[in-house]
Design a protein around this ligand. Sequence first.
Ligand SMILES: [Zn+2]
Length: 392
Amino acid sequence: MNARTSHAQCPICDNDEVLRFFHLRGVPVFCNRLLESAEEASQAAVGELDLVFCPDCGHVWNQAFEPALVAYDPAYHNPLEVSERFTRYTADLAHRLIDLLELHGGVVVDVGCGEGFFLELICAESGSRGVGFDPAHNGPATVAGTGYEVSYISKSFGEVPDLIPADLVCCRQTLEHIAEPQQFVQNLRAQLCAKAPCGVFFEVPNSLFSFRDLGIWDLIYEHYSYFCPKSLRHLFQRAGFGASRVSEEYAGQFLGVYAGPNGETASGLGSKTPTVQEIVTFRRRFTGKLARWSARLAELRRTGRTAAVWGAGSKGTMFLNLTGAGEEVTVVVDVNPKKQGKFVAVTGHRIVAPSELVHNPPSEIIVMNRIYAEEIQALIDDLGLNCRMVFA
Ligand SMILES: [Zn+2]
């Protein structure tokens, strides 16, 4: 399908002169749900991507997204803090926010807190009280340490009628899952930012990484929205947050947006969008990259060699599904113990610990996220393996 004008309306700026540019069927609805057997994995639900681009604010969204298909419960599991690199980033982010807000003994609310790693860290470091919202949370309801306490509510914040006047509201890797982003941000502001001054920090995947830099394995059904700096800032301004600062985070793979005290610095990033050229050529570039990987896997099959995929999150799941990987990919490695022993949605590849590679060493390791290269190399060296790393 070539890019063409669509009559849909941009969910961020309401522009209705938008471009439909990418369509894909048979995409797993969940990349991060734990599946107990290859059989269960083969029956995993699939959905459709029908991506639309708004040339005004640069936003991309999936107009085929059906929120009812994506119900989060405790079987959904996607913490990234099992990586040392990611943990370092999270700790640095917590300290930056504490410094920016001069946060000591306040109230921190985390919307979409997952297992609460970030919330507990920022509360412990600032002596704050924390409240975490997440329908997928299944740990203890309260966690307390020296000088801090965190309580968890296994619901979305909209289901709790009381106002929680927070000093800092965080919402990381959540907004892109929401089918009505304007409503969501407005409600969040009304319900949680009653206290002035209140700092707000959101983090989302960076669509420039997907559409400009061809990070194609990040196009997943779970994401309704693909934010660029301009659409993210526009959303915040419309919700009444005033000046906000957009930053690239995590080697450009994420965007952060901060509004609140001490953050009102103009940012050159704020107007960046994927270009129309990048969007109209995306289908061709996507197909080219996919074809190269499918050919590479076919070559492994033909010559009786094998590969392991490193990373069983969104990227790994989409890589295996899109390339049509078969038995030449013997296993998928993930350092998260909760994912080990489970199976990849639809393709049914088994997820194992790094140490399992020694039993049947693959010819190569296909690394899903280059940012972990050093960490992976160290693990491979420790295991005494001599496999080549290639980057998807
Ligand atoms: Zn727009």
